[in-house]
Design a protein around this ligand. Structure first.
Ligand SMILES: Nc1nc2c(c(=O)[nH]1)N[C@H]1C(S)=C(S)[C@@H](COP(=O)(O)O)O[C@H]1N2
Ligand SMILES: [Mo]
Length: 359
């Protein structure tokens, strides 16, 4: 009987009684090793919702092959009622769908000052993490983070790990958009997407959305695994000395120009185009420049729904015929602006040719 007092879960007598049994659902790691599927160029990413085939993939150590019949998720740590659930129990729980941009930070080994364009926008469906936490009764005084484990193991950049483990602060974990997801764009998650179940953290970099999820744990400190210590910490741009580091969590404002296409020949005095902008916060302004940032013209930006990327459209005046660099610069609700150069989210630019008929 599924009522409020008896949620569809199996309570565990004491945390750590059956160490790591959830890991038995792992059948194999195949293929092994690092894998990236690049998305197409921005001008080809022209659907509002990115189809599976055009969505990038990032896998560090190899893809976990998971037996859905043996799959279970354990929630333990600083909680009063640790529990485990199987797939059937998860599917009985209240679901929610969230459309969100999905962006990879890029290689954590190289300084990522170039735009990598590992970006898309998809609809995820699953059970809010908030709901699962509410069943477990977390200790909110001591429990400051939620750690998440994937079933994959192996090595990345010469460092071996017995699991992919990430962490997120409890505030974000309790935000209603964070999902323990089993569908993307209305279809069950494929193996490479992290199926049968993965974490999805809208507004945050993809690295935090643990695939092949098997374990969540409320903890007092940050995770000590390589994916939260060695990898995925970056220099905080707010530190004037350029030394303080911060975790790769929130996505900074970013944008891409979809039209005109690179090297397109535009036969008009007014260059029309459109693109997408996104970030952890809603984008409230996008500006366009044709003169290397000397002057900016406001684009029209569609307000954000959920965590989706936002459409912007523009019309800018080209005073002469010739080659132009179109630049787009997004600003979010707190006033954070895309930098012109030197950061992973610096403004994109597209070269075009204007042949102005009436100039
Ligand atoms: N278990 C596990 N989860 C993972 C990864 C991984 O290698 N293993 N890669 C992360 C990174 S860096 C990104 S960008 C996203 C990519 O998700 P996608 O491949 O579905 O696009 O998954 C994240 N979750
Ligand atoms: Mo990533």
């Amino acid at each position: 009987m599924a009522d409020v007092s008896s949620p569809p879960v199996t309570f565990i007598a004491g945390s750590g009684d059956i160490p790591d049994r959830e890991r038995d659902a792992l059948v194999d790691i195949h293929p092994k090793g690092f894998f990236i599927r690049h998305p197409p160029a921005p001008h080809e990413l022209d659907e509002a919702v990115t189809p599976e085939i055009k969505l990038f993939q990032t896998i560090h150590m190899g893809a976990a092959v998971v037996d859905p019949n043996r799959w279970s998720l354990v929630l333990d740590g600083l909680v009063e009622r640790p529990f485990s659930i199987n797939l059937e129990q998860l599917r009985q729980m209240p679901t929610r769908s969230v459309t969100s941009f999905h962006e990879c930070y890029g290689s954590p080994i190289n300084p990522s000052t170039k735009n990598v364009w590992r970006i898309g926008n998809v609809r995820w469906t699953g059970v809010p993490l908030q709901y699962l936490l509410s069943i477990a009764w977390p200790n909110l005084e001591r429990g400051s983070f939620v750690w998440s484990d994937g079933l994959d193991s192996g090595a990345f950049a010469g460092i071996s790990a017995d699991r992919y483990q990430k962490d997120l602060p409890i505030d974000k974990a309790l935000s209603p958009e964070v999902l323990v997801a089993y569908e993307m764009n209305g279809q069950p998650l494929t193996k490479e997407r992290g199926g049968p179940v993965r974490l999805v953290i809208p507004g945050w970099f993809g690295t935090n959305s643990t695939k092949w999820l098997c374990h969540l744990s409320v903890q007092a400190t940050r995770s000590r695994g390589p994916f939260t210590t060695v990898f995925y910490n970056e220099i905080d741009p707010a530190d004037s000395e350029g030394v303080r580091k911060r975790p790769v969590w929130r996505v900074e404002p970013n944008s891409m120009i979809v039209r005109p296409r690179p090297e397109e020949v535009v036969l008009a005095k007014y260059v029309e185009g459109w693109g997408r902008a996104w970030g952890a916060e809603e984008i409230v302004r996008v500006e366009i420049s044709l003169d290397h940032g000397e002057t900016w013209t406001e684009a029209t930006v569609v307000p954000r729904k959920e965590f989706e990327w936002q459409l912007f459209s523009f019309e800018v005046h080209a005073r002469r015929s010739g080659k132009y660099h179109i630049q787009a610069r997004a600003t979010d609700q707190s006033g954070t602006q895309q930098p012109l150069l030197g950061r992973r989210n610096h403004v994109p630019n597209v070269h075009i040719w204007v042949e102005s008929t009436s100039a």
